[in-house]
Design a protein around this ligand. Structure first.
Ligand SMILES: [Zn+2]
Length: 77
């Protein structure tokens, strides 16, 4: 099942209202490289990284860091 980015955003937006396991920026940063490598590989989000995905949807700073990281990883391939 593949979700479009828009569907994903909508879904995450809905989850953000009730999500009990929110993480902070420092925790997000810790798992960010793992999450980026995973998304680059086109894998589905594994358990434990869902919180990162959720945090990226609500945090502009971490989202920018993630995009930058993705660029670096793509360039290094
Ligand atoms: Zn953040």
């Amino acid at each position: 099942m593949a979700l479009s980015r828009k569907q994903l955003d909508t879904l995450l937006g809905m989850l953000s209202l009730t999500r009990p396991d929110e993480i902070a920026c420092d925790e997000c940063t810790e798992k960010l490289s793992q999450f980026a490598e995973n998304s680059l590989a086109g894998k589905t989000v594994p358990e434990g990284l869902e919180a990162v995905e959720h945090h990226l949807a609500i945090c502009t700073e971490c989202c920018e860091e993630f995009e930058a990281l993705m660029h670096v990883l793509r360039d290094s391939q």
